[in-house]
Ligand binder design. Structure first.
Ligand code: HEC
Ligand code: HEC
Ligand code: HEC
Ligand code: HEC
Ligand code: HEC
Ligand code: HEC
Ligand code: HEC
Length: 257
């Protein structure tokens, strides 16, 4: 089998071209891509509709999920959403039960990596969530919605995902940092980065995305109404002894401890 890599939007997909061809169809795009769902010996794809009969709970909420849009190609194109992660379900569906004839990935990220190859790379970076203690489904519900809880009114819900494990960052703080009203991912990439604490940037660049910086003559660096030129030489904004309480402070409005 000849394997190859395809870059699909921001996702690297892996597959044996001769074996599987799936198409992701959505209202904004029609794109062809080659990916590799799990396999079940002797079984063929039957389509997500087939699963409804016995798994109503899961299928009901699945309709608008990103993965529900995965389809097998060809004239008899089937909506294979469920089977893209659980493998072809003909044998399982016919028998109406059985724990051996369908794939249950459980907490194992390998199945996800098969299509999201770039995520394997991110989790291998020096600072990442420890796989084993934390897994994909702790943050992504594979059976519901966008698989990413974010956007619009869901921002609070997105942070909630993080706060269920990181209660120390929850507050409430006497002096809040408004940056946390946005998303934890403004500053952290939860899949992993090269920087300590999974930060997206290792220096003041992280903070200057929002805090206007005025570079004036004479090497001055104006942030928040003060010349910071001498301060930034002492370290990052949060290690130089100035704004250690980046998530919020109980003692100081300038986010000191
Ligand atoms: C993006 C991948 C993915 C898709 C698509 C998907 N599932 Fe799952 N499913 C999983 C994972 C991962 C688990 C294991 C969850 C766990 O153990 O934490 C699971 C578990 C299950 C289980 C075991 C019971 C349970 O809740 O733990 C059933 C039944 C199931 N899925 C049915 C379905 C059906 C039906 C569909 C389509 C409507 C579907 N799945 C679509 C990934 C997926
Ligand atoms: C005729 C009924 C029936 C149909 C159709 C059916 N299932 Fe199941 N499935 C079951 C039963 C019964 C179980 C045993 C566990 C339970 O009671 O939830 C099960 C278990 C599962 C599990 C968990 C297996 C494990 O090892 O934990 C998954 C995943 C699953 N089904 C996926 C699917 C998918 C995907 C489809 C559609 C392709 C499908 N099922 C269609 C009846 C069915
Ligand atoms: C058969 C291939 C396949 C498998 C297996 C798979 N995915 Fe996906 N997934 C896709 C494709 C294709 C997309 C859409 C890619 C895009 O828009 O860039 C996608 C999109 C996503 C998104 C973005 C959703 C959004 O709404 O933008 C997340 C999150 C995701 N997958 C998580 C997972 C997780 C977690 C697993 C394992 C439980 C998994 N995927 C398993 C193919 C797969
Ligand atoms: C600690 C929580 C967390 C874990 C664990 C996690 N993710 Fe994510 N993931 C997120 C968040 C939050 C986003 C949205 C990122 C953003 O908005 O910048 C996301 C976005 C994504 C996306 C879509 C955007 C992109 O970066 O391509 C995919 C695909 C994805 N995750 C797959 C996975 C897979 C596969 C795993 C397991 C190997 C996984 N994630 C584990 C939190 C997590
Ligand atoms: C299922 C629980 C869980 C979820 C959900 C979770 N984390 Fe974590 N997080 C952990 C664990 C476990 C560690 C490793 C802690 C350690 O080794 O001390 C960690 C480590 C971290 C670290 C590095 C801490 C350090 O001291 O180096 C950051 C930053 C972080 N997580 C941010 C996030 C963000 C942002 C989210 C939401 C997108 C999130 N986490 C969701 C469990 C979780
Ligand atoms: C404005 C940027 C920013 C935002 C937003 C942000 N963090 Fe952080 N976070 C940081 C910085 C900077 C550090 C490193 C602090 C240090 O090393 O002293 C950090 C460190 C952490 C740590 C490691 C423990 C610690 O306190 O040092 C965890 C866990 C963490 N953040 C979780 C979160 C969670 C959960 C959210 C969302 C509720 C979040 N962060 C939002 C900038 C941010
Ligand atoms: C997502 C945007 C955003 C990011 C990123 C961000 N901040 Fe903020 N920060 C704000 C907002 C909004 C306020 C409240 C309005 C203001 O005072 O400018 C604020 C307020 C502050 C204050 C209080 C100012 C005062 O005394 O009133 C400090 C100190 C601060 N931020 C430091 C940091 C540091 C350090 C970082 C990097 C780790 C950072 N910020 C990253 C948005 C952000």
């Amino acid at each position: 089998m000849i394997s190859r890599l395809l870059r699909y939007k921001n996702t690297l997909l892996f597959g044996g071209a001769a074996v599987w061809g799936l198409t992701l169809v959505s209202c904004v795009m029609v794109n062809r891509t080659i990916i590799m769902p799990p396999q079940v010996p002797g079984a063929t794809f039957v389509g997500s509709k087939n699963c409804v009969e016995c798994h109503q709970g899961i299928t009901a909420a699945f309709a608008d999920a990103t993965h529900a849009k995965l389809q097998a190609p060809g004239e008899n194109a089937k909506n294979i959403g469920c089977e893209s992660c659980h493998g072809p379900g003909s044998v399982h569906s016919k028998k109406g039960s059985g724990y051996t004839n369908i794939v249950n990935p459980g907490k194992n990220p390998e199945m996800c990596f098969q299509c999201h190859l770039d995520k394997r790379g991110e989790f291998a970076l020096p600072h990442a969530h420890p796989m084993g203690k934390v897994t994909c489904t702790d943050c992504h519900d594979p059976h519901k919605g966008d698989a990413i809880v974010s956007g619009g009114t869901q921002l609070a819900a997105a942070n909630e995902t993080c706060l269920k494990c990181h209660s120390a960052q929850r507050g409430p703080y006497v002096f809040e940092h408004e940056a946390l009203r946005e998303n934890c991912t403004t500053c952290h990439n939860p899949h992993g980065t090269v920087n300590d604490k999974m930060l997206k940037a290792r220096n003041q660049t992280l903070c200057l995305q929002c805090h206007y910086q005025q570079q004036t003559v004479g090497g001055q660096l104006w942030i928040g109404g003060r010349d910071h030129a001498a301060f930034v030489q002492r370290g990052t904004c949060w290690t130089a002894g100035c704004h250690e309480a980046v998530h919020g402070s109980h003692v100081n409005s300038s986010l000191r401890f």
